[in-house]
Design a protein around this ligand. Sequence first.
Ligand SMILES: [Mg+2]
Length: 218
Amino acid sequence: MAIRAVAFDLDYTLAIPERDRQTLLNEASEAVDGPTLSREAYLDAHRRNLTNRTREPIFEDLLADHDTDASAGALADTYRDAITDAIVPVAGAEALARELREEYRVGLLTDGPVRAQRAKLDALGWEDLFDAVVITGSLEAGKPDACAFRAELDALGTTADETVYVGDSAELDVAGAHAAGLRAIHVLSNGAASPAADAAIERDALAERLPGVVAELD
Ligand SMILES: [Mg+2]
């Protein structure tokens, strides 16, 4: 069956977590019942503690100026997790979606709470980048459940055998798409390709290689 649609996962496929550092700092400190910390104070403390492997000494330094029981170690851990959760586009991702839309329907199927995932699309300026966006927080089940892929196909107006799914998770994206009858392309960062994948592409080369790989599957 000819390919009529290409659907993407979002996190670690088209975008990598990254967000405003002051927001991340606020959220991290709130999470451990810590005080409000300014980015400037953080950077000052950072400059005083440049040689440490972790951020714990920076936060010890910062928290010493406040009347708080918050743990510097917990705050350092929470802040690291928050940074890991923030978001930036993979190089060429936006141009890739626009290029593919000249020939195919292009969709997004992403797991997560609707507000959080919408906020990521807003932050990326991608509200109108796709023909169809499905966020599994609005469904009964997320990937790899077939209902997630069916919702994406409904939104795209294509059948499973006309649609390719592109994602980084062997279990959620590749196995899920495959089980739902779609072809699957595995996006790799430093792991091995899933045997269930129809093709695999290194994430750094995704924008450059994907159109050719989809054309070959067609
Ligand atoms: Mg992903």
